[in-house]
Write a protein that binds this ligand. Sequence first.
Ligand code: 5GP
Ligand code: MN
Ligand code: MN
Length: 339
Amino acid sequence: KPMQNIKAFKDQLSQPRKVVILTHFKPDADALGSSLGLARYLKKKGHAVTVITPSDYPDFIAWMPGNEEVVIFQKDKPDRCAKLVADAEMIFCLDFSSLNRINEMGGMVREAGAKKVLVDHHLEPEHFADFEQWDGTAASTAELVYQLIVELDDQALVDGPMADCLYAGIMTDTGGFRHSNTNHKVFQIASDLVARGANPYKVSKLIYETNSLERLRLMGYVLWEKLQVLPEYKTAYIALTADELKRFGSQTGDTEGLVNFGLSIKGIKLSVIISDRRENIKLSLRSLGDFSVNEMARAHFQGGGHRNAAGGQTNLTLEQTVKKFLDLLPQYKDQLLAD
Ligand code: 5GP
Ligand code: MN
Ligand code: MN
């Protein structure tokens, strides 16, 4: 799916621009990888580029080339980012398509005079951008960044570091080429990226096999003590208190992936992890097949995402949130038990 007004977009980029690239809050490998890959490309084209993340992010993605130049937004010192956004001529929004996904920065972007460019694959996008490279069927944003570079006829500029960043996004958003979004196009683009210098072994090692002992212990504890299974609803869930997270010295990103354990159980179609982040309660939802966690997160947990992977939050207590989730299950029972 090419960008609709690609000619005007090319026009925008025909002279050096001040560019800001934004990821969503708590960026994952797709958000950061697609942003750093795009940043490297735009710099090669002569633009002045700054990547801003609305929050910090885990060490297992901080190896990405260009990471050292990322500006992390700080709530108590918003001025630097506010100025970068206000001064930008173009703002790229990567791996999110509603401005509430960048928290405090949403207002700044809404008011900015810059041309806004959306590159994303989340469902039900908010149309705030002047240019949209949006495809809800794409497995990752990194894939769309690569397609954009191809549309601009610049594949030859994709080098090893750029390819590693984009490959990381594709690998993680497909769960290591395992989720139902893994298709021919995914392998084709991944293969192109490897041909241009991405190193699959290095990237997967850095992302999947650099656990801290604490994280591994947290996994063990969660599997042994915390994973609850409700076969009558084909559902598994985990609830983690703030104290439990603290006990294992939990770092940003440590709970990532835990939700997939529930879904790996035979017969389970819905898996949820509910964790007490102190500032709010965060939910991560995953499903198999037609059951839409995007719909569930949107309707009940101020969130959204994709059909089979979504997130949300509440301002209730952990216990209240668990109860709210459990109380919802009867109304979804028919859908959960279908086929
Ligand atoms: P995760 O569970 O890994 O945090 O997120 C799963 C998917 O849902 C990701 O694609 C993520 O971008 C999206 N997502 C997570 N939290 C939220 C949220 O609060 N709102 C929306 N709209 N999407 C979310
Ligand atoms: Mn993401
Ligand atoms: Mn993504």
